[in-house]
Ligand binder design. Sequence first.
Ligand SMILES: Nc1ncnc2c1ncn2[C@@H]1O[C@H](COP(=O)(O)OP(=O)(O)OP(=O)(O)O)[C@@H](O)[C@H]1O
Ligand SMILES: [Mg+2]
Length: 260
Amino acid sequence: MFEIENLHAAIEDKEILKGVDLTINMGEVHALMGPNGSGKSTLAYVLAGHPSYEVTEGSVRYFGEDILEMDPDERARKGIFLAFQYPTVIPGVSMANFLRMAVTNVRNSRVDSTNGNGGTPKVTPREFRRLMREKMQLLKMDESFATRYLNEGFSGGEKKRAEILQMALLEPTMAILDETDSGLDIDALRVVSEGVNALAGPDMGVLLITHYQRLLNHVKPHFVHIMMGGCIVQEGGPELALELEAKGYEKLRAEVAVPA
Ligand SMILES: Nc1ncnc2c1ncn2[C@@H]1O[C@H](COP(=O)(O)OP(=O)(O)OP(=O)(O)O)[C@@H](O)[C@H]1O
Ligand SMILES: [Mg+2]
């Protein structure tokens, strides 16, 4: 479904991604781990279409279609979703309005692209409110968040839940979650993981960027990839995350001979 091939990307003439290869199929959960500064968020941004990054080589195909020329909103309408490592505060825009606009745009484009046959049906304002309440309950979020400005004054963990709420409403096909577990307390980690598990399924691919094995106890990955210095240097099953936890990056770096 999602094929990243020899992807190179730079920011301000500094090459950060140096040949990333990664394929994600429907129904698969992939974990991406790696030391600070290795390029994980850069990969997430490039996949979502952040305009500051320049792709210098390689390709990204989504259902066979090259997405690198598409604008971020076009990618979003096609079902690609990114939960940010550092969600943005948007004062003046309430969470409910933001989510309703996003959902309306994404769903309606799905309806249009299928001529109304078999697509996700359009959402009425009333249905949206019901849907939002339902998903907020699933994520154990207080309803008062709906009327607050997007992420303004939200605690670290509240921002992360708001990202998952977005994902729950948009129902993406390819979800990229950048350190959605960081800053969550133990109960929140369970709630958010249950949310991800409830959404993940045969019709979705997930790329989970994380530093901790802890999350992977809740959301079981099929594959684990380790990124260092802008490349994926090792791949394996869930056991690789455990091995990494025991060994640390220094030992791994020596084994795969990646410069620090
Ligand atoms: N605008 C920029 N100018 C220069 N270097 C940048 C810029 N943006 C990112 N970088 C560098 O790119 C590298 C990769 O950053 P990235 O955020 O992708 O790392 P990461 O793997 O997500 O790290 P972390 O685990 O800390 O989130 C870092 O060394 C960072 O300093
Ligand atoms: Mg990062």
